[in-house]
Design a protein around this ligand. Sequence first.
Ligand code: PGA
Length: 247
Amino acid sequence: MTQQARARLVLGNWKMHGSLAENELLLAALRAADTNSSSQIGVCVPFPYMAQAAQALQGSAVSWGAQDVSAHEKGAYTGEVSAAMLKDFACRWVLAGHSERRAYHGETDQTVADKARAALQSGLTPVVCVGETLNEHEAGQTLAVIRRQLTPVLALGADAVARMVLAYEPIWAIGSGRSATPEQAQDVHAAIRAELAALGTPQVQVLYGGSVKAANAASLFAMADIDGALVGGAALVAEEFLRIAAA
Ligand code: PGA
């Protein structure tokens, strides 16, 4: 499968940033931008701003999503947000297993797979995030960690995986200003692609995340198995985010 067969996707992860007033400016700038970008664009916003994003972006080339979802369908799960609730706001994407959720909220590999499945059941596209810590990276355990994280996700089966997006985000590169080199990222993406091919789903988009900015996006996107980016800090500045999408 050649890279050309897979569309490029650039998703912003706003994390816990924003306000109604700030978002209004950012969303308007994204909406106003040239939609002839070579990339599909989306933003993953905090839950309270889903309605704002839906209203601001409706009918534009920019899609919207959430940063987390409950693994449960409904019920007595105080504080949780279900996939069906997100679907009510025409949400398209939902991040599953971002490293900050795994590290600070105890999400296990199985929880992440359960969340991906819940998202799919409501017709959302889960963006399943994987990535190794600096210690694991330096110990040469990167591929073993990625495979372990992917195991319960791939166990959902080819039909499910074909409707997902994956994102490789080395934890040491997130918010650190130190991106993986294109070659380092490509090595991991190629290994993920091999797992996907073995399942019969080589066409799944695999994004790279971790200190992506306009200055390094083109060299990352030039790699055969990098299909786009999951962008944190740089997604909060419309001009920078759009330059990444145009790279
Ligand atoms: P960063 O974050 O672009 O700020 O490194 C990426 C992410 O956490 O998704």
